[in-house]
Design a protein around this ligand. Sequence first.
Ligand code: MG
Ligand code: MG
Length: 256
Amino acid sequence: MAWERNVVIKSKEELEFMREAGRINAKALQAVREAIVPGVTTAALDKIAETVIRDHGANPAFLGYPGPTPYPATINSCVNEEMVHAIPGSRVIKEGDLVSIDCGTVFKGFVADSAFSVGVGEISQEVRMLLQVTEKALELGIEQMRSGNRVGDVSHAIQKHVESYGFHVPREYTGHGVGRRMHEGPQVPNWGLPGRGMVLRPGMTIALEPMVLVGTPYTRVQSDQWTVSSVDQSLTAHTEHTVAVTDGEPMILTLV
Ligand code: MG
Ligand code: MG
C-alpha cells in the first residue's frame, strides 16, 4: 500500500465520531478484560465484545476484514506465543497465560482500533516484566505524537524502550493511520530513527501498537493463515491505542 499517499486529516467533527467509536471499543475491551479468567474460551470473549459493540449501535471493524479468508470474528485473541490476529475459538484460557485482545469498532463510518495484554491469575516475573515494558512503550510512543515531530520519533521511542530490556519488536507488523478505513497512512513501525519519516500534523489519527517479543524479532503465520506467532514460541505482548495529533497534547481516542 502507498501508505504516505493515504494520510487523511480529520476535522473536529470527524474526531468526535472517532472518539465515540473509541469509547465504544474501550467498553467492549473492558468487558472482555473482566471476563478473562481460567476456563473461559476465546470464542466466549469474542461474543462479549460483539454484544457490547452492537448494543451501542456500532459494528465490529474486524469482522469480514479482507485477508486470505475474510476475518471471521470481532476480536483477535492471542495467547502466549501468539502475537497478533489469532482467531477466537475453542481455546480455553488457563492460569498463568498471557492474553492479548485486539478489537476494532466502526461508528458512523469511523474506525477505532485498540488492544491490551493481560496476565491470567498468578503470572511469572517474566510475564510481568513483558507487560510493563509493552505498556510503557505505548506510553512513550504516544508522548512523541506531537505536531511537528516525525514518525521516526514515535517509532524510536518504542524501539529504544523495548530493546533496553533485551526484548524485541517485529519488523513485519506496524502501527498505522486509521479513520474511515482501518488502515490509512502513515505507517508507523515500532522501530526507527528519530528525525526521520513523515511530519505529524494536527488531525492525523494513528493506531499506535507496540508488539513485543521475548525471544527474537521473528514471527511466522500459522496454518489458519491469520494467526501470527513468535517463530521460537517465546512469549509476546501487544498493546494499542488510537491517538489523534492535535495542536497540543496527544489525544487518546480509545479510552472509556
Ligand atoms: Mg488493533
Ligand atoms: Mg491496529
